[in-house]
Design a protein around this ligand. Structure first.
Ligand code: PEP
Ligand code: MG
Length: 577
């Protein structure tokens, strides 16, 4: 039994699938003289296809990102034409009579090794490009072998060192019934997605991949953050019973779907859902949401070689917006960067990506991408009830620049005679401490705030949200975090603006009462969590929530806060009995 970080609740029992990202297992095969010519032709054809693909990617990167980014793909094409690679592989196939995959892997290894020995850092880094090109050709030669989780065809539990958010979103929920990985924290996007998709998951296990073999059987207990390897019959029986119980509780909570989230003394909280892709909308309805409180648009940019066009974005945003009517959708502009990379961004490789060119910062450095998204959002705004939310805003100056982009885009659309909602509401995410501390100043410039605790906690406590080594230090109840949240709510309300929360803290039943007591107007979370949060809201009074929040806010000791919450929970449980 191994303990990690509980990322997504639920129990899964099944066979293991060890996932290694883009690992190609290439076998060596000896050719007959008769086969050699065909093998060389196969190689030339693969090179030609990859060259065409690169040309397309380069063109699209040039159009959307400019010369700087398209250059990477041009450099890839040059590697492809390098005689060292081309002739090297052909020579080996002909002379040693081996299959082209084997020859290619050998030659790529040789070339990348020689680059790695170069002193110049820039050139040394190019060894990665060479390996990348090798993979592209190999992929082409080997056809459709498993190279992504979407290709898994039988029910499995995925075990991996790490999974990126783009790997996770590509999973088929009916096939990947659970996963466990060495890396990650509770609010990493891999964990958030597992939660949204309803896949039980444990992350931050540090070395689970060393303990598990391909044919093992495992149990994932996503609520406790436990993985049991090769369990005996009794353990399997216990977990199966536990799973059934969880399903019954979920069924019972499902009955709350059409009821509102109102406290026993009549205070209503808006409960809405976070989504990443439109495919989640049926789950949003099942959860009984009052709308979409956070639509993370960056997922449209992932798992593809090109950027989505304005038209494609317009279609997707309109579709989401229409489907959720009469409720509203808060559409967040791109939060790419850090743990969420599009393929066109991979070259960025920053040293400290969470502090780097992420979200609105990335958009401001790539105005063409930002403008195209704003145009698509504004065009789609006439089809529903849409609000816009800007991520990672650090203060008033940045907010003003972003608003200027909005104004310019609106001006341009009016000039073109394209309709859009002129009074569209604008909000900022409060997820950087500097934004929380200047919420009073920014409140005059926006219609609402949405507190992003996933980042607010990581930036306030200097605890990387995806780093398993500091996962135990990630503390939503830290007095500093609570003070920042309280401050934002107060400043927002003083200016007559509503304040919501869309970070994972909003989805944790342990925090519901204190968050309501602090005065939040809205809580937005993965739709799967909505019933259990609604259940709590309907069982508490606003006045007692306020008392609890006041008591907690006056505490100086972290232990005291935990004791206060525990005591309150126990008294609620006793009253229920
Ligand atoms: C947050 O930071 O709390 C948030 C909701 O945004 P994301 O998880 O997408 O960074
Ligand atoms: Mg965030």
């Amino acid at each position: 039994m191994i303990k990690g970080v509980a990322a997504s609740s639920g129990i899964a029992i099944g066979k293991v699938f060890m996932f290694e990202e883009e690992e190609f297992i290439v076998e060596k095969r000896t050719l007959t003289d008769y086969e050699i010519k065909g093998e060389v032709m196969r190689f030339r054809k693969a090179i030609a296809t990859v060259r065409e693909e690169l040309k397309k990617t380069s063109k699209s990167a040039f159009e959307k990102l400019g010369k700087k980014h398209s250059r990477l793909f041009d450099a890839y094409s040059m590697i492809l034409d390098d005689p060292m690679l081309k002739n090297g592989v052909i020579k080996m196939v002909v002379k040693e009579k081996v299959n082209v995959e084997h020859a290619l892997q050998f030659v790529i290894n040789e070339i990348s090794q020689s680059f790695m020995e170069i002193k110049d850092e820039y050139l040394r880094e190019r060894s990665k490009d060479i390996i990348d090109i090798g993979k592209k050709i190999l992929k082409n030669l080997t056809g459709t072998k498993i190279n992504g989780l979407k290709d898994i065809l039988s029910e499995v539990i995925v075990i991996a060192h790490n999974l990126s958010p783009s790997d996770t979103i590509a999973m088929r929920k009916d096939k990947v019934i659970g996963f466990a990985i060495d890396m990650g924290g509770k609010t990493s996007h891999t964990a958030i997605l597992a939660h949204s998709l309803g896949i039980p998951a444990v992350v931050g296990l540090k070395n689970i991949t060393r303990h598990i073999k391909p044919d093992d059987m495992v149990i994932i207990d996503g609520s406790q953050g436990i993985v049991v390897i090769n369990p005996d019959e009794i353990t399997i029986g216990n977990y199966e019973r536990e799973k059934k119980k969880e399903q019954e509780v979920a069924k019972e909570l499902g009955k709350l779907r059409d009821l509102s989230a109102v406290t026993t003394d009549g205070h209503t909280i808006e409960l809405s859902a976070n989504i990443e892709v439109p495919e989640e909308i049926p789950i949003v309805f099942e959860g009984g949401s009052a709308g979409i409180g956070l639509y993370r648009t960056e997922y449209l940019y992932m798992n593809r070689d090109d950027l989505p066009s304005e038209e494609e974005q317009y279609k997707q945003y309109s579709e989401v917006s229409k489907s959720i009517l009469p409720n509203s959708v808060i559409i967040r502009t791109l939060d790419l960067g850090a743990d969420r990379m599009s393929k066109t961004m991979e070259a960025l490789a920053e040293r400290n990506p969470f502090m780097g060119l992420r979200a609105v910062r990335y958009c401001l450095k790539h105005p063409e991408i930002f403008r195209s998204q704003l145009r698509a959002i504004l065009r789609a705004s006439v089809h529903g009830n849409m609000k816009v939310l800007f991520p990672m805003i650090s203060g008033l100056d940045e907010l003003k620049i972003v608003k200027q982009f909005m104004d310019d885009t609106q001006y341009q659309l009016s000039k073109e005679g394209i309709p859009f909602k002129e009074d569209i509401e604008i909000g900022v995410m409060i997820e950087v401490p500097s934004a929380a501390l200047t919420a009073d100043i920014m409140s005059k410039e926006v219609d609402f705030f949405s507190i992003g605790t996933n980042d607010l906690i990581q930036y306030s406590l200097a605890v990387d949200r995806v780093n398993e080594n500091v996962a135990d230090l990630y503390n939503p109840l830290h007095i500093s975090v609570l003070r920042l949240i309280k401050m934002v709510i107060e400043k927002g309300h003083m200016a007559g603006k509503w304040v919501g929360m869309c970070g994972e803290m909003a989805a944790d039943p342990a925090f519901t009462k204190i968050l309501i007591g602090m005065g939040l107007d809205e809580l937005s979370m993965s739709a799967i969590s909505l019933p259990k949060i609604k259940n709590i809201i309907r069982s508490i009074s606003f006045s007692s929530a306020r008392e609890l929040a006041d008591e907690v806010m006056a505490a100086e000791d972290q232990g005291d806060i935990l004791r206060m919450l525990r005591r309150d929970e126990l008294s609620r449980e006793n009253r229920k009995k």
